[in-house]
Design a protein around this ligand. Structure first.
Ligand SMILES: Cc1cc2nc3c(=O)[nH]c(=O)nc-3n(C[C@H](O)[C@H](O)[C@H](O)COP(=O)(O)O)c2cc1C
Length: 176
């Protein structure tokens, strides 16, 4: 698949098959994602891969206030937490009033989604979660920020392609 085909056909999956995700696939996905660019090559991230059979209660961390119920059927998760930026990224960010780590982690997450697609897997980025519960469950220092969780698995066969709802190009792009 070309990149434009992947961009057109990627969609958030909320209907996963119970089939487990192979360890080798998860390893290839995180290995591709680690090549993502970051400000000053700071790589201010860490990924924790969770196979559902090892942590059956993990989905509960994503379901506070009745949200993200679909995650109960998800066989694998990647928690992305923020690590310290290097000095240059920190100083640059301070001077320009930017928090580069957030952008870096967004790019990492996009790499994860497309790397998963290459492996025939579907994904859903989850930004609604109980941070403290995740920190406790994965043994993460409570001072470290959990940024996003990626749900991964095989989509059920009947999970068809939905039409994309997006702003018109003219609203979001200006050619000078
Ligand atoms: C930062 C971020 C947080 C998100 N959090 C959630 C979430 O908690 N639950 C959920 O079902 N989808 C979540 N999504 C998925 C978006 O709802 C989805 O990407 C958007 O509606 C576009 O749909 P598509 O991914 O199918 O193209 C999140 C996406 C992003 C980028």
């Amino acid at each position: 698949m070309t990149f434009s085909e992947m961009a057109r056909t990627r969609q958030s999956c909320r209907r996963f098959d119970s089939r487990p995700v192979e360890q080798e696939k998860l390893e290839r996905i995180v290995n591709s994602a680690r090549l993502a660019p970051s400000a000053c090559n700071s790589q201010p991230w860490r990924m924790t891969v969770i196979h559902r059979e090892h942590m059956p209660d993990f989905a509960k961390c994503l379901q506070n206030m009745g949200m993200n119920k679909f995650t109960s059927n998800c066989p694998a998760f990647i928690v992305i937490n923020e690590e310290a930026m290097n000095r240059t990224a920190k100083i640059g960010g301070r001077l320009l009033k930017q928090h580069y780590a957030s952008y870096d982690i967004g790019i990492l997450t996009a790499h994860l989604c497309f790397a998963a697609m290459e492996e025939g897997l579907s994904s859903c980025i989850v930004g609604w979660f109980d941070e403290k519960a995740i920190q406790k469950m994965i043994g993460l220092d409570p001072a470290k920020k959990v940024c996003l969780v990626l749900c991964l698995g095989y989509a059920v066969p009947e999970d068809t392609l939905r039409p994309k709802v997006r702003k018109d190009l003219s609203e979001i792009v200006k050619f000078l």
